[in-house]
Write a protein that binds this ligand. Structure first.
Ligand SMILES: [Zn+2]
Length: 164
């Protein structure tokens, strides 16, 4: 009887152990900050305009000086146009001559935007993507004119402005 109780306890401890192991695996630093959104191409096509789909999902670029937010300097925040994740605030936006909305920092501690080396079109650049849905935002450069030295060059169609 005592032996049986011991065996039951062992099974219980083993079950608890595997439960904790699974929980540890699912709580990686990224998923703690952002619940990942994984949608099929067909689902994104339904939700986004054709031009947004081309930029956000196919890593396209809108023509310079044509975007809605290039010269917007109202107070508010900018969220991902595809999933609504907060990425920038108006305080981070600066006037840039490059023709796209430009920011010198991002909301949070750097986990909201994925940075990835991009060697397309014969250039070495760093692509920036929304960490929650993987949507293409633009590129980041280290030639910014403000103290951070950073220039997040973002397509207007990749973001949505929410006024304060
Ligand atoms: Zn997103």
């Amino acid at each position: 009887m005592l032996f049986l109780r011991f065996k039951q306890n062992i099974v219980y401890v083993m079950l608890l152990g595997s439960f904790l192991a699974v929980r540890c695996q699912t709580q990686s630093p990224n998923s703690m900050n952002a619940e990942k959104i994984n949608k099929t191409d067909a689902e994104w096509k339904k939700e986004l305009t054709p031009e947004q789909y081309r930029i956000l999902r196919e890593k396209g670029t809108e023509k310079p000086f044509t975007g809605e937010y290039t010269s917007t300097f109202k107070k508010g925040k900018y969220v991902c146009a595809a999933c609504g994740y907060e990425l920038f605030t108006s305080d981070m936006k600066f006037k840039s001559d490059c023709g796209w909305p430009s920011f010198d920092a991002e909301t949070g501690t750097g986990s909201r935007i994925i940075k990835k080396r991009d060697t397309s079109f014969g250039m070495i650049r760093t692509e920036i993507m929304c960490a929650r849905c993987g949507g293409h935002l633009g590129h980041i450069f280290d030639d910014g004119p403000t103290p951070t030295g950073l220039r997040y060059c973002v397509n207007s169609l990749s973001i949505k402005f929410i006024p304060d």
